[in-house]
Design a protein around this ligand. Sequence first.
Ligand SMILES: Cc1ncc(COP(=O)(O)O)c(C=O)c1O
Length: 457
Amino acid sequence: MIPTDGKQPGTTGGSESDRRSRTADLIDRDASVLWHPFTQQSVWLADEPIVVDHAEGMYFTDTDGNRYLDGVSSLWVNVHGHRRPEINAAIVEQLGRLDHTTFLGLTHEPGIVLAERLLASAPAGLDRVFYAGDGASAVEAALKIAYQAHAQNGQIRPFYAHVAEGYHGDTLGAVSVGGIDLFHQTYRSVMLRTHQVSSPGVLADPRQSRTQRAGEVLTELRALFLEHHETISALVIEPMVQAAGGMLTHDESFVRGARALCDEFGIYLIADEVATGIGRTGRMWACEHAGITPDLLTCGKGITAGYLPLSAVLATEDLYRAFLGTPASARTFFHGHSYTANPLAAAAAIANLDLMAAEGSVARAHEVGELMGRLLEPLADYDGVREVRRIGTMTGIEVESVGDRTGFAVCQAARSRGVWVRPLGDVVVLMPPLAIADDEVELLTGTVSDAIRTVVQ
Ligand SMILES: Cc1ncc(COP(=O)(O)O)c(C=O)c1O
């Protein structure tokens, strides 16, 4: 039985049969005009898509009136729950003043204030903000900044270093530094030139400690840098956890060691915090776990609390200065987007950061993570579960495969019990909003545990 939210969905109304026919009509129309992301369209209808009608707090409700707990923060973006009055009000207020102007040749207060606010919390030494539109476009900008900065210092370095099982988005530059074969292999022949090192989150042997594994990968990285450092612009990492790779957590010594090697060999370190930033790991930035400052830090997803697309690249002053020169010197960063620093998105982001400060959301993310860890402990001994990996609210439960799409089957079973989660292959991901309440965490972990025990027997 799926819990309902006890009220008629605003736009549906009418009898149950009216609602069902509206749902069927929307699904029909969707199937005739749309192409969904990361979706095999041939099974889209068979998988019975949910048509979302409205959302509030930790829940969204479909056009039939069924309510679901949003257990993955609408793909890792939501921070305070849906439709928080404070964020709604900030967007409406901004709308009353300025919808959008370009950021090329113009500036505006929300763009300025947000940059100040991001830098105030960022690892010391990051002093500049370059806005982009989503996570992948922030990564693209960071890759180009690193390359161009070296070029402007007289060094052409056409290669990037990156990590197996990494994920940085779906544009070609971001795909080039990705390491998930299922997503990235197809495009190898049209990619940037890269060197890949092993993942510090995939143990070479189950008895190995994560610290040993980190040391092994750092040795590999040192060998790579020794041989090729003069042609490598940047190393791209996801600090502390490779999220889309399956919530592959690694030891903080890997992040520290990567920083040290980049310093030793004069290679820029790009920390991609699109997934881990804005409190997700129980710290504002995952780099804080290792006490390092990258040369470039990308962030997106939770920056607007899940409301509007916006991302940013945070850069050191040194990198910024590499781009200074006369207009004729071609040292300009010729890169930007139509909606760079969109004021509505910036207003949502500022309201998000205000709420996070007022409510102690980062500390809450840590507490939520600890609670999830305790509640999921019994699963660690369950035969159907290979491993539970987690940091802050980011959790991956790797289940034994019992068929073609075991992870998906678990998620469907959770869905029929009123909890919405998404798999990464056979890793069931739980990543609730930072502001989730204890009883909702219990609902999430309890329902997913039941779903796993039902599907993986
Ligand atoms: C670490 C990381 N970088 C970049 C991206 C891409 O972000 P977007 O989907 O906003 O382009 C993601 C998305 O999951 C991510 O996890």
